[in-house]
Design a protein around this ligand. Structure first.
Ligand code: GMT
Length: 375
């Protein structure tokens, strides 16, 4: 098939999922066209089966807001015609599903039929999309998609609760390429960051309020009181600076490394002992799945779709949002002895295998085929 993919090209989970999906689809013989404003961060190799088409928005002083949706719509129409794209898969409803619908209508005028598959990722529903300023257009564009998928059962429920949805929503979970997280694939250099006796605790996110960054630091603070440990904070976002200040206030700044955005997630995870994800809400928690695939147990909140990924007492532990004492206690119970830690590491990896890319990508292929046939 010739598949167009629209996504945010940044470090966020939806862009990562879209990119990994596109790469895998291309390996399976499909022709994939990424259409977005920048080459997606995880998209390293362009080739005969993977193409990138940049959406540019010329700045014009009259506009207080530059019209990205308009530029995206035009680019979609042009690329569909030029490359004979058969199906368009948009990741993150805002504004992608809306722009895709406009492109579809414009193409219809010329007798070209373009099915739209919309994947809901989380904040496009729970935080942003349900805001009254967006809700009407988001509801419309979800209902006008030819197929709608959500990355967890929890997100599907949230969508049906928050919006008046007439379409079926298929749950197609996020996935992981397990092979990429095996040790022979990664050059693990643990000794560059910590001493042999120190446990390595990791958090990866876009450092937004919803991630509850202060909770990560407070849980780590409790851990390092009991055992030698280092904290790896990976990512960029508005909560990073306050987090650095909190570390200084607590006197643990020499035990915490702030990496910023990293292209070396696999490397950081391969020497991590524990991953912390205390989010306020999380439709899935791709970062937790990536950690588990590298054999890193997860201490998380029990919000949203996280319990579908992290299994309490098996791959890690779940606590109520904000329950720092419980998270700290659970973390210490995993880290305290080597046998328990190794058991959790093994189980985390096993649980991640339930989300292997080879089981999930065919589900998207089946959805594409069904929408193309419908046309
Ligand atoms: O986590 C974020 O804030 C980024 C956001 C995104 O759209 O990139 O992540 C959402 O989509 C990910 C991929 O499907 C999910 O794993 C995250 O759980 C979800 N984030 C939230 O729901 C807060």
């Amino acid at each position: 098939m010739k598949i167009g993919i629209v996504c945010y090209p940044t470090f966020g989970g939806s862009g990562v999922v879209a990119t990994e999906l596109g790469i895998e689809l291309s390996k399976r013989g499909h022709e994939v066209h990424f259409i977005t404003y920048k080459q997606p961060v995880r998209l390293e190799l362009l080739g005969s089966h993977v193409h990138f088409h940049e959406v540019t928005v010329p700045e014009y002083p009259l506009f207080h807001y530059q019209p990205y949706e308009l530029a995206l719509t035009s680019k979609l129409v042009d690329m569909v015609k030029l490359h004979k794209i058969e199906v368009l898969h948009v990741h993150y409803a805002i504004p992608h599903a809306y722009a895709a619908y406009m492109a579809k209508k414009m193409l219809q005028e010329e007798g070209i039929y373009l099915p739209i598959v919309t994947t809901l990722h989380g904040t496009d529903i729970t935080l942003v999309g349900s805001h009254p300023f967006y809700k009407t257009a988001v509801t419309f564009s979800i209902n006008k998609s030819d197929a709608v998928t959500s990355v967890s059962e929890s997100l599907k429920k949230d969508t049906l609760r928050l919006f008046d949805i007439k379409n079926d929503i298929h749950v197609v979970t996020n996935f992981i390429d397990i092979a990429k997280h095996t040790p022979h694939f990664t050059d693990c250099q643990r000794d560059l960051l910590a001493n042999e006796d120190e446990k390595i605790i990791t958090h990866i996110s876009n450092f937004r309020k919803v991630k509850r960054i202060p909770d990560v630091i407070k849980v780590f603070y409790n851990i390092q009181k009991e055992m030698p440990a280092k904290l790896m904070m990976v990512g960029e976002g508005p909560e990073k600076e306050p987090a650095e200040q909190l570390c200084a206030q607590l006197g643990i700044e020499d035990k915490v490394v702030f990496f910023g955005n990293s292209h070396e997630i696999d490397r950081i995870l391969c020497y991590s002992d524990l991953f912390i994800l205390p989010s306020e809400t999380e439709s899935f928690g791709l970062a937790a799945l990536e950690a588990m695939a590298s054999g890193v147990p997860v201490i998380s909140s029990n919000s949203g779709g996280i319990p579908e990924v992290n299994i309490h007492g098996v791959s890690g532990y779940l606590s109520n949002v904000g329950d720092i004492a419980d998270m700290s206690k659970n973390a210490l119970s995993i880290l305290n002895d080597a046998t328990t830690l190794n058991k959790f590491k093994e189980e985390a990896k096993k649980q991640a295998c339930n989300f292997d890319i080879y089981q999930i990508v065919p589900q998207y292929e089946a959805i594409y085929e069904a929408t193309i046939k419908k046309c």
